[in-house]
Design a protein around this ligand. Structure first.
Ligand code: CMC
Length: 391
């Protein structure tokens, strides 16, 4: 009973008002707080973008210095949290370790957190943005049997992360500024994307009054799936499987075959129907970064050929399927020596800024209600219980 709309997959339902990110899917427009993604990608930094998403305005010099100071002084992982890792098998997927570790943050910062207090919410945002790279690097180092690395507060956000990933005590790590800049840019492009599956999950969990660490951990698990953030890992595996430009035609054929589950990973988007503005930036950047790092990856050729073949194929044209943000990002991550299993973790570090900005916005909105979708029941009508010996 009741009157409501049937909208599977929420293709036509706005679940909330939001002032954070704007997407025009037909025009290929993406704005964070009104600023075009192209301008932010060219001129801003990830940490500045995080501030913008959280606060609604770009920071003054002083405001940014204060934010950076706060973030760089909350980067440490509690020593007890490190024991969690010892319980994981060494080949556990880093996303599994990340989701569990972030959920466990609520065990460390829960008791004195009041979700109705703006200062507490801000503190949680800073903690999450600060600790995510530390936990992410720990996931990687645990998987290869290396000791965890301490965050260096004197480094900038992305440099600090790369340092924690790759440093070994005996040799000072020579950070390549091209690599750091490339990663910073990827983080900017992934920082928010309005009500995508993981952000909607964070909001749904947040709507129950759950703490921000639990809410963001739920976002991480939603991101993991190959239809969402897991696509970047899936794209690279797909490109490796295709292996050579010669096999591109048959991959396209398989992707069109409705009896085959194979999809072109990194292709298609619920909202973008002409192009994904992030993909445009990433494609350009991919060429530039590989050239600057002197990397010659044959997978880039496979990707370009695949894009070209799909874009002139009727199936993809009719359905308005274009490369999305994940199509070229993996080739860049690979050039930065980030292992394939860590790709979605990279996405999670960046999207944490968006997730927590949405969680805060939700708590700042008066009269917000618990998220509680309805259903169309398709099961049996009422019937009487039959004792087991009569069934
Ligand atoms: N390869 C082949 N066919 C596809 C693809 C693809 N990548 N994407 C969509 N289609 C077809 C789909 O089979 C359907 O065909 P038909 O109308 O004949 O049944 C039509 O296009 C519409 O697809 P849909 O699944 O109804 O579209 P959706 O809006 O529900 O899904 C999507 C969007 C992104 C989940 C989907 O395009 C997809 O699975 N893409 C591959 C995974 C991927 O790259 N995901 C990353 C998305 S962007 C970053 C992020 O969100 O993390």
């Amino acid at each position: 009973s009741g009157c409501f709309t049937f909208d599977p997959g929420f293709g036509a339902t706005a679940s909330t008002k939001s002032a954070i990110t704007y997407i025009d899917g037909d025009a290929g427009v993406l704005l964070y707080r009104g600023y075009p993604i192209e301008q932010l990608a060219e001129k801003s930094s990830f940490l500045e973008v995080a501030y913008l998403l959280l606060n609604g305005e770009l920071p003054s010099k002083e405001e940014f210095a204060g934010f950076e100071h706060a973030v760089s002084h909350h980067t440490m992982m509690h020593e007890s949290l490190k024991h969690f890792f010892r319980g994981f098998h060494h080949d556990a997927h880093p996303m599994a370790m990340l989701a569990a570790s972030v959920a466990s943050l609520s065990a460390f910062y829960h008791d004195n957190l009041d979700v109705d207090d703006p200062a507490d919410r801000k503190m949680a945002a800073i903690r999450l943005i600060a600790k995510m790279p530390t936990i992410a690097a720990a996931c990687y180092r645990y998987s290869i049997g290396w000791p965890f690395s301490y965050p260096r507060n004197n480094l900038e956000y992305v440099e600090r992360f790369l340092h924690m990933m790759f440093e070994v005590p005996s040799e000072p790590l020579q950070l390549n500024p091209v690599a750091a800049k490339a990663l910073d840019l990827l983080f900017i492009l992934h920082a928010d994307h309005e009500q995508n599956a993981s952000t909607s999950t964070v909001r749904l969990v947040g709507s129950t009054g759950a703490n921000p660490y639990a809410s963001v951990a739920a976002g991480i698990t939603a991101l993991w799936g190959p239809a969402h953030g897991g696509a970047n890992e899936a794209v690279l595996k797909m490109l490796e499987e295709i292996g050579s430009p010669d096999n591109v035609e048959s991959a396209v054929r398989r992707a069109k075959d409705k009896n085959d589950n194979f999809r072109l990973m990194g292709f298609g988007h619920r909202v973008y129907k002409n192009f994904d503005p992030r993909a445009k930036i990433i494609r350009e950047m991919c060429h530039k970064v590989l050239a600057e790092l002197g990397v010659n990856d044959p997978l880039l050729e496979v990707a370009m050929k695949l894009e070209e073949a799909a874009l002139k194929d009727e199936y993809f044209v009719e359905r308005k399927l274009y490369p999305n943000v994940d199509f070229y990002s993996g080739i860049i991550y690979k050039a930065l020596r980030i292992p394939t299993e860590m790709f979605t973790v990279m996405f999670a570090i960046a999207r944490t800024a968006g997730w927590i900005a949405h969680w805060i916005e939700q708590h700042e909105t008066p009269g917000a209600r618990i998220g509680r979708p309805r259903q169309l029941y398709t099961g049996s009508g009422v019937r009487d219980y039959v004792p087991v010996d009569k069934r």
